[in-house]
Ligand binder design. Structure first.
Ligand SMILES: Nc1nc2c(ncn2[C@@H]2O[C@H](COP(=O)(O)OP(=O)(O)OP(=O)(O)O)[C@@H](O)[C@H]2O)c(=O)[nH]1
Length: 522
């Protein structure tokens, strides 16, 4: 039954583990043992031993030693149960009580070797001398003489340094960070801290003024410990550790220990990166230059096109303006022409409206307006205004005997005579209606007006125009009524008109062919 169980375990272990090359690094017995005991194996995880083993921001175990343990787990094809502890002393207690079987970051000492079996050290970290950057030169243990040096209490390296009879002034501090800060703030001249811890704390805490100045000949050598009573486990852990390749070890080391205490400028990778960055910058610069030039060319082309468009627009506007100006001038000329024509037409219309169509002298409308004007002027100037009223004698007889057209010619003849005799400024001859004419004589007294009237009468008679109907003389004659007065505001032009008309009536009554200047209004 025992043999069957062992074979089954071996079979299950073979199924559970599948190495990359298909070979198990453990012996069959070890694999069986591991499979049977894996559930009781507990890995102690120390939570505050940075950078070797500690908890990250999210509370997950991490660190250099933890990475080694993960690597070993991968090599062995197992996953150990974990328990967390805040101190190594606590872990040792649990090892002694059998609750912890694996301690993954522990330095071998004679005391510890009494209950822990240690693997070969998987990492050896030098203890280094840390100084401020403003302290130049390399450091050795001997050069520490006379300087104040911070060392961490109960560290093996502290015991080592104090037992060497060196002439420095020891400053014992509780932890690595205090030692580093003492140097950073000038409270100590130097600190002895392992390179991994120094590198980790300087980076994480952002301490920028420290540098590694040298080493002390005492390394930290970390091993994986297992209870002294578990030799198979010790062998398994050692085999897992042995399976780690140099490349894997280097990778873990690089991840946690910054060895670039030398100048960054001596780092080839730095120059490669710098070269790459510079080359990239050069390419970007060239691209920007080309782009810039292309943009400038495009801007120049576009600007040129815009200038040409603007010029064309300006020319077009100028042409349009010239056309509009020319058109406006032509319009203005035509308007002026039309206005002049209209003025002329209006003037002619005005004239026509004031001229008698048959005789060509002023008509009744013109006469009324002129009489009114001269009446007011006479009032203003207090001068006399005279009026002649002329009527052809027996004109009905003339028409009847010679015909109406001949009558018209007779009227035209009388008008012509009147017009030829009445020429002075302000004087006016008008056809009053039918065969009656009127003459306005501004400034004439009744006497001078009578003289003018007589001259007219005489001239007409002297023409000897045959008028057989005019029984007394057989020629065309006229009768004239004359009136003259100095008008005043109280009177109207009708007064003068009525007076002249009354005199004309008197002339007719007295036998015609005569001038009457004095009469009474009936
Ligand atoms: N041919 C012509 N005759 C006109 C015109 N206007 C008026 N007459 C005529 O003039 C005449 C006036 O006649 P009457 O008023 O009787 O006066 P008269 O014959 O001149 O008589 P007395 O004035 O008393 O001497 C009428 O026969 C009208 O027909 C006109 O434009 N042309």
């Amino acid at each position: 039954m025992g043999i069957i169980s062992a074979l089954l375990s071996l079979f299950l272990a073979a199924i559970a583990y599948g190495g990359a090359d298909g070979k198990d690094i453990l012996s069959s017995a070890e694999r069986v043992w591991l499979t049977n005991n894996q559930s009781r194996l507990v890995l102690a995880v120390e939570t505050g031993y940075a950078p070797f083993v500690f908890l990250d921001d999210k509370g997950r175990p991490t660190g250099l030693a933890h990475d080694y343990l993960l690597l070993i787990e991968s090599k062995l094809g197992v996953h150990f149960k974990q328990r967390r502890f805040s101190s190594l002393d606590e872990i040792f207690d649990k090892v002694r009580s059998g609750e912890v079987q694996i301690v993954n970051a522990v330095t071998n000492t004679p005391a510890r070797s009494r209950f822990l079996a240690m693997t070969e050290p998987f990492i050896s970290v030098p203890n280094v001398i840390i100084v401020r950057k403003d302290q130049s030169g390399a450091m050795t243990e001997l050069k520490l003489a006379g300087l104040k040096v911070s060392l961490v209490k109960s560290y093996a390296v502290t015991e080592h340094m104090t037992n060497r009879g060196l002439q420095f002034v020891p400053d014992i501090v509780p932890d690595d960070l205090t030692a580093l800060l003492n140097v950073s703030f000038g409270r100590s001249d130097a600190a002895i801290v392992d390179l991994a811890t120094a590198s980790y704390l300087i980076s994480v805490k952002g301490i920028t003024n420290l540098r590694v100045a040298g080493e002390v000949p005492f390394d930290i050598r970390l091993s994986i410990g297992s209870p002294i009573g578990e030799p198979v486990l010790h062998s398994i852990l050692q085999k897992g550790l042995n399976a780690a390749t140099d490349a894997e070890r280097d990778e873990i080391k690089k991840r946690w220990i910054n060895t670039s205490n030398q100048s960054i400028y001596s780092n080839r990778q730095f120059w490669v990166v710098l070269g790459g960055v510079l080359a990239g910058a050069l390419v970007i610069f060239a691209v920007i230059l080309v782009w810039n030039r292309t943009l400038r060319q495009q801007v120049a082309i576009r600007t040129d096109a815009l200038v040409r468009e603007k010029e064309a627009l300006r020319e077009s506007e100028a042409q349009n303006l010239a056309l509009v100006t020319q058109y406006n001038r032509e319009l203005e000329r035509q308007i002026a022409e039309r206005t002049a024509e209209l003025s002329e037409v209006n003037r002619k219309l005005q004239q026509l409206s004031e001229i008698d169509g048959l005789t060509g002298i002023a008509n009744r409308r013109k006469f009324d307006a002129e009489l009114d004007r001269e009446w007011r002027r006479a009032i203003r100037e207090k001068r006399p205004l005279a009026l002649l009223m002329v009527d052809i004698d027996h004109f009905k007889e003339y028409n009847d005997r010679y015909g109406h057209p001949e009558g018209d010619r007779c009227l035209q003849l009388v008008a012509e005579v009147l017009h030829s005799l009445i020429q002075r400024t302000g004087e006016l001859v008008a056809r009053y209606g039918g065969e009656e004419f009127v003459v306005i004589l501004p400034g004439h007294s009744i006497q001078t007006a009578g003289e003018v009237a007589e001259k007219i009468r005489y001239t007409i008679e002297a023409r000897k125009i045959p008028h057989l109907g005019n029984v007394s003389s057989q020629v065309l004659t006229i009768s004239v009524g004359v009136a003259s007065m100095v008008p005043d505001q109280a009177e109207r032009p009708d007064t003068l008109l009525n007076q002249a008309d009354a005199c004309l009536y008197e002339a007719k009554r007295e036998g015609r062919n005569r001038v009457v200047t004095e009469c009474r209004i009936q």
